[in-house]
Design a protein around this ligand. Structure first.
Ligand code: FES
Ligand code: FES
Length: 177
């Protein structure tokens, strides 16, 4: 990870960020947030801004594989790093089972919160594969949805968790044979 130091005198900074596998060399103001960089400099309108204060989770993307809030990180701090947005994650099928479950459980309406919600749900599944319903609720508590209602979202995530658990159990049983 590149450590970018900020000189208070600097009004512009040249950075290189790898977004969805593509290298982008851009000049930004030091105060530009990562989410604005993705939307305005790279043109990714699928990246959302909501509260812009780290509260709603709409701006969630991945930096070097970890979820981050794009409104809390400066673009200069992404210098030299890999950023993944919902576009690339969807294209490579990484979120397919979650997306299918969200669709079949009507876990989205306007879709504004959905990229952040999917990234957070995927992180939960990796970190807590045995999460209970309460734990799902707690984990996604920092992602706000204004229109769907959390019941359907939690249902969709739980379905994927249970399917993964079954697959894991079957895999273990087959290995024992
Ligand atoms: S826009 Fe970043 S958390 Fe709300
Ligand atoms: S689906 Fe509209 S805000 Fe969540």
């Amino acid at each position: 990870m590149t450590k970018t130091t900020l000189d208070p005198q600097e009004t512009e900074k040249k950075i290189t960020v790898y977004v969805n596998g593509y290298r982008h060399e851009k000049t930004v103001e030091p105060s530009t947030h990562l989410i604005d960089f993705l939307r305005d400099h790279i043109g990714l309108r699928t990246c959302r801004t909501g509260c812009e204060h780290g509260v709603c989770g709409a701006c969630t993307v991945r930096m070097n594989g970890e979820i981050v809030r794009g409104c809390l990180i400066l673009a200069v701090h992404a210098d030299g790093n890999d950023i993944e947005t919902i576009d690339a994650a969807s294209e490579r099928g990484d979120l397919k089972d979650l997306q299918t479950a969200f669709h079949s459980h009507n876990a989205l309406q306007c879709g504004f919160c959905t990229p952040g919600m999917l990234f957070t749900a995927a992180a939960l599944i990796n970190e807590k594969p045995l999460a209970t319903r309460d734990e799902i609720r707690e984990y996604i508590g920092g992602n706000y949805c204004r229109c769907t209602g959390y019941q359907a979202i939690v249902d969709a995530i739980q379905v994927v968790l249970v399917k993964r658990q079954k697959k894991h159990r079957l895999g273990n049983e087959n290995n024992r044979d």
